[in-house]
Design a protein around this ligand. Structure first.
Ligand SMILES: O=C(O)CCC(=O)C(=O)O
Ligand SMILES: [Fe+2]
Length: 328
């Protein structure tokens, strides 16, 4: 039986390209605030290696490393203010008004908004920070794309409830590999605390070294650390510090014992040929306005044409990019 094949109109191939919509001045100001000396404005320049040899060694041994004051006070303050503003808006209106966003925590104890780059310029500034992206690339071992982004406000549980750890991981053996003798995982996070974290402020908690034990059962690991809690490490760091970790590492939110709010922001990164986590596809209207040099990071448009980021342990770190204070 013959079937008629619908005719495809290829006129679009010769049509004049539609001019890209103009970026809002706010977004442009945020992007221009990053100055990599001598790099053309259209290049997304970032250091490599970004980690010092001792930081890279720490990452390899424990599955994480904390970079104190990785972002500056100005960006930290703007991200913190925006977290509370989003929460105030939500409490007032009962919804998150931004397109392509969703929420995975709506309570007072756990407020969380997901998929952020288009929501406010400070979020794009965070996920596209050249230094943070460079950290992620080194841990992945390749050029990365944004895979997820989320901002959290955590508060202690009411009525003296103690809270418990919820250890988990987001990557298994399949996503981990060794090259040049160093460990890499194809799913990593840069988690930045926006409030100071003392020992009892509930900083992110990890079971150190478990990124290399992805086939050991979850319950066996939990029982083993229960016998020796010193194997659990807690982030204690000033606001603006970044926890870089392999998603193969067992980790959990900490337990807040001080009554203080804990606010944090996370960028998740994978190689460019990966898809984002479900629900984190970039907002199409926003992508249409992005400067060209950030499109591969936000959309993964480089796919398999990706660059490697494998370093020898003893390579010295390249200087951190200088960021002028933004006036946003
Ligand atoms: O709240 C935290 O510190 C942990 C967040 C977390 O589980 C993650 O980033 O995957
Ligand atoms: Fe997690």
């Amino acid at each position: 039986m013959s079937r008629s094949v619908p005719k495809i109109n290829f006129d679009f191939l010769v049509a004049e390209p539609t001019p890209a919509p103009k970026l809002s001045p706010n977004v442009l100001t945020a992007l221009e605030a990053t100055d990599m000396t001598d790099s053309p404005a259209t290049e997304f320049a970032r250091p490599f290696p970004a980690l010092t040899p001792s930081q890279r060694l720490h990452l390899d041994i424990y599955g994480y490393v904390v970079i104190e004051n990785a972002i500056d006070d100005d960006l930290t303050a703007r991200l913190l203010a925006k977290a509370f503003e989003l929460e105030d808006d939500f409490r007032r209106t009962g919804k998150i008004i931004h397109p392509s966003c969703f929420m995975t925590g709506e309570s007072r104890e756990f407020f969380r908004v997901d998929n952020l780059p288009h929501v406010d310029p400070c979020f794009l500034e965070y996920v596209a920070d050249p230094y943070l992206v460079a950290l992620a690339e080194e841990a992945v071992g390749a050029e990365v794309r944004l895979e997820q982004s989320d901002i959290h406000i955590r508060r202690p549980l009411p009525d003296g409830h103690e809270g418990r750890y919820g250890f988990h991981r987001g990557a298994g053996t399949r996503l981990c590999y060794q090259q040049g003798g160093l460990f890499n995982c194809q799913f990593v996070k840069t988690l930045t605390n926006l409030t100071d974290l003392g020992p009892d402020d509930g900083g992110t908690t990890v079971i150190a070294g478990t990124h290399k034990m992805t086939d050991v059962s979850h319950d066996a690991l939990i029982s083993a650390v229960a016998e020796d809690p010193s194997l659990i490490h807690h982030v204690v760091a000033p606001a603006g510090s970044t926890l870089l970790f392999f998603e193969a590492l067992m980790h959990s939110a900490g337990i807040i014992k001080t009554g203080k709010d804990r606010v944090l922001i996370i960028g998740g990164y994978t190689p460019t040929n990966f898809a984002p986590w479900v629900g984190y596809d970039p907002d199409p209207a926003f992508v249409a306005q992005l400067p060209e040099h950030l499109v591969p990071l936000i959309t993964g448009s480089k796919r398999f044409q990706t660059g490697s980021r494998i370093r020898p342990l003893d390579a010295p770190a390249e200087a951190k990019p200088v960021r002028e204070t933004s006036s946003v």
